[in-house]
Design a protein around this ligand. Structure first.
Ligand code: ZN
Length: 407
């Protein structure tokens, strides 16, 4: 029996707004990622902002009809056996939030790049998301051509040509293009079959564990008895190692100490035992990289409510990267024909995406391609983490380049 408790593939959906990312996620997982629906608000999976599914296989049917995420074979109605679990994460659409999309790339194994057939390609966000794909260097990319039921066969073919032309010269020039009808489930089995054949990432489960906090919340109902209050809950992506229920962890940078004079030391790490681990549907004794993990703690829930600890890093005390308030890195400019980038100015405000943090910083100096930035809030990240850089050009925050943390 395959172990399907934790995801083998973390899949991000990218693409222009309204091109059908949410419908595609639903067609694959049968879970809506709409976070505003009251009826599903209490479900942990929804709070984590992602949807999970287990890909299953029927032994009696041919490819690709043999694959499903349902309880029985979609083709013959027969018994299916579970293969592995996948997690689908929804990416934010606005460019100011693209730092988050890139930051999330440290935990992304594959991308479904959604492009609708009923609009000319590329639309603005489609262009920006191809930039993100080029930047993060993810190889496992499937282009999903949506809304083909809204166009003539002729337009569908034309759209496919537009997509091919658009991808030319990018890192995903030869990526497969799969036309789907999400509302009728057409070709969803083809996508599942491609995910089954996709090369799976190798996970490091033995290093000192490290987790990026992606969500954090307070699970208590208003007006609850003080004696019944539950500690704060974190939703995180483990990037390496294994966390065990009951072990003590440290969270960095931590809580700001207002009484301190020295700015650099004004954040105090949080210490807590792990009270519980959850994969969104069941409790776990230990958790390793793969999908998002719910971590119950003894932290005062006022710190974790409303994503208060997003961007923090969880690890073992004494085994964590240092917290830094200023960073220096080599800046790599993106080739953007739509942007003219001026040299950096002293004290210019920039937005950086590092790990799952989005941080405001001020340029302290730049020499050739090396740039030094003072951060308004400190950051804790592992060396080698990608840094996304946004500059304010023409009254808008634009993604202009990237760097590598600690290089
Ligand atoms: Zn079957």
């Amino acid at each position: 029996m395959n172990d399907t408790r934790q995801s083998v593939l973390n899949i991000e959906t990218l693409g222009h707004i309204d091109h059908g990312k949410t419908s595609l996620t639903r067609a694959i997982t049968n879970v809506w990622t709409d976070r505003h629906s009251e009826s599903i608000k209490r479900n942990m999976t929804i709070k984590l902002g992602y949807a999970d599914a287990v890909i299953k296989e029927c032994q009696d049917c041919p490819e690709p009809q043999r694959y499903t995420t349902g309880d029985k074979c979609q083709s013959c109605g027969g018994k299916v056996t579970p293969l592995f679990r996948i997690s689908m994460l929804d990416a934010p659409g606005h460019e100011t939030l693209m730092a988050t999309a890139i930051a999330g790339s440290s935990v992304i194994d594959a991308v479904l790049f959604v492009i609708a057939a009923n609009e000319p390609c590329p639309m603005q966000q489609t262009k920006e998301h191809l930039m993100v794909i080029n930047l993060i260097g993810v190889k496992n990319v499937i282009v999903v051509q949506t809304k083909i039921d809204l166009v003539t066969p002729e337009r569908a073919r034309q759209s496919r040509e537009e997509i091919r032309t658009f991808l030319k010269g990018s890192t995903i020039e030869g990526a497969p293009i799969v036309p789907v009808m999400t509302n009728k489930g057409v070709n969803i089995d083809v996508l599942l079959s491609m995910l089954v054949k996709m090369e799976k990432p190798k996970r490091d489960t033995s290093s000192d564990p490290l987790m990026y906090v992606v969500r954090s919340f307070d699970v208590n109902k208003p007006g609850i008895n003080a004696s019944e209050i539950k500690g704060g809950v974190l939703g995180g992506a483990i990037i390496k190692g294994t966390f065990k229920k009951g072990e003590h962890v440290e969270i960095r940078p931590g809580i700001e100490q207002q009484s301190q004079k020295a700015k650099r030391d004004s954040y105090k790490p949080i210490l807590t035992p792990i009270v519980g681990l959850n994969n969104g549907s069941e409790e776990l004794d230990e958790a390793k990289p793969g999908g998002l993990i719910g971590v119950s703690t003894e932290i005062d829930p006022s710190f974790t409510k409303a994503d208060g600890l997003v961007g923090h890093v969880v690890g073992r005390p004494g085994k964590m990267p240092p917290t830094q308030s200023s960073i220096t890195f080599k800046y790599h400019r993106l080739k953007r024909p739509d942007l003219e980038e001026p040299p950096f100015k002293e004290n210019e405000a920039v937005i950086l995406g590092i790990g799952t943090s989005t941080l405001v910083g001020f340029v302290r100096g730049s020499k050739k391609d090396n740039i030094a930035v003072d951060l308004r809030r400190p950051v804790c990240a592992e060396a080698g983490t990608k840094i996304a850089m946004l500059r304010n050009l023409g009254q808008r925050w634009r993604l202009t380049g990237y760097g590598i943390f600690g290089s």
